[in-house]
Design a protein around this ligand. Structure first.
Ligand code: KG4
Ligand code: ZN
Length: 336
């Protein structure tokens, strides 16, 4: 089954053709990040306009690269939630028009389910059940994946998402948007024990995360040093911050794995590219004999191949939409 998938939930316009959920025939990503960098973050209005301009060309390129004409497709899939509403609407409306004119089924896909499915592309042997840490710019979830379309959130962030926490701290340290990658790189040369940072826990909900206090602690360190005229080692601060965020992620993820007796652990989302997070999870899984699956770097960030992968399983579960499909800025990962 060949599915054309479209993704436009944030600042990447993407289209892909994916066969049977696992084989990527093409994957095109047009990033707007250079433009948003000028403003220090994604400007929703600009994102919507750029998606409108790019989407037709990106879809055409995906079909051409795959060598798949429209009439050889079996379905059209699209990210319909969650994300920036104006950005999502561009993809949803384009997909609806295409499905209607080509007489194809329309498959709505939850963006975070797509991030998890990036692993199905990279790891042919991976199948539910497993436990997944989904860490992106907008979300931080510990998700029990009991089947391809049966998911349950065991832990979530109470404030900032992990990616957002990295980006905000990086910005305070003077790095351009999105700072998560730059912070990770700089942290490689720093001492993660140089600055003592809090490891916030959520009382009564041991699997939930809270990152906003950590970000404030970094800003305070920077302000205090500036007031006293003291030098701060940015690589050391970046390494200390990265260590604190990763400590929290790993601790709760492992606690959830113990609680659910999960032997297969999976990382997903933009922050799963983080070097320390990958190293720490690899080491601990090796020690405890658990299987660990991580997406290859090009599949960590937003792309449409992951949407096409999840779409296949949504279709098999009977999850299709009619022409009344709408985009949703917020939507639980459990709700399909
Ligand atoms: O999943 P994603 O591409 O988009 C969303 O769905 O939000 O995640 C983007 C986030 C950004 O916050 C970015 O800074 C972060 O992932 N990120 C990283 C790294 N690479 C990307 N954060 C930490 N370390 C990285 N290596
Ligand atoms: Zn994403």
């Amino acid at each position: 089954m060949k599915i054309l998938a479209i993704e436009s939930s944030c600042d990447e316009t993407a289209a892909a053709v994916v066969e049977d959920g696992r084989r990527v025939l093409s994957s095109i990503v047009a990033s707007q990040v250079e433009e948003h960098r000028l403003y220090g973050g994604v400007v929703p209005e600009i994102a919507s306009r750029r998606h409108s301009e790019a989407i037709s060309g990106v879809v055409r390129e995906a079909l051409e690269t795959a060598g798949t004409p429209l009439d050889a497709l079996d379905a059209v899939a699209v990210t319909y939630a969650p994300g920036l509403i104006g950005a999502l609407l561009v993809g949803v409306n384009f997909a609806k028009g295409l499905a209607l004119s080509a007489g194809l089924p329309l498959i709505p896909v939850h963006h975070l389910r797509g991030h998890i499915a990036a692993n199905y592309i990279a790891h042919p042997d991976l199948a539910p059940p497993f436990l997944c840490l989904v860490v992106s710019g907008g979300h931080s979830h510990i998700v029990e994946v009991s089947d391809y379309t049966a998911l349950r959130v065991l832990g979530r962030t109470r404030d900032d998402a992990a990616g957002e926490a990295f980006d905000k701290a990086a910005r305070a340290m003077g790095m351009p948007y999105p700072g998560g990658i730059a912070l990770d790189k700089l942290a490689e040369s720093g001492n993660g024990r140089a600055y003592a940072l809090p490891h916030p826990a959520v009382e009564g909900s041991p699997l939930d995360f809270s990152f906003s206090g950590l970000k404030t602690a970094v800003i305070n360190i920077l302000h205090n040093a500036a007031q006293k005229g003291e030098e701060i080692s940015i690589p050391d601060l970046a390494a200390s911050y990265r260590k604190a965020v990763v400590d929290c992620l790993v601790k709760n993820f492992l606690a959830a794995a113990d609680e659910t007796r999960s032997e297969t652990l999976v990382l997903a989302g933009g922050v799963s590219a983080n070097r320390l997070l990958r190293r720490r999870m690899e080491a601990v899984c090796k020690k405890t004999g658990r299987a660990l699956y991580v997406p290859p770097l090009p599949l960590c960030g937003d792309n449409a191949a992951m949407i096409g992968a999840q779409a296949y399983y949504e279709y098999l579960a009977g999850h299709t939409a009619d022409m009344s499909l709408n985009a949703l800025a917020r939507r639980g990962i459990e709700e399909s």
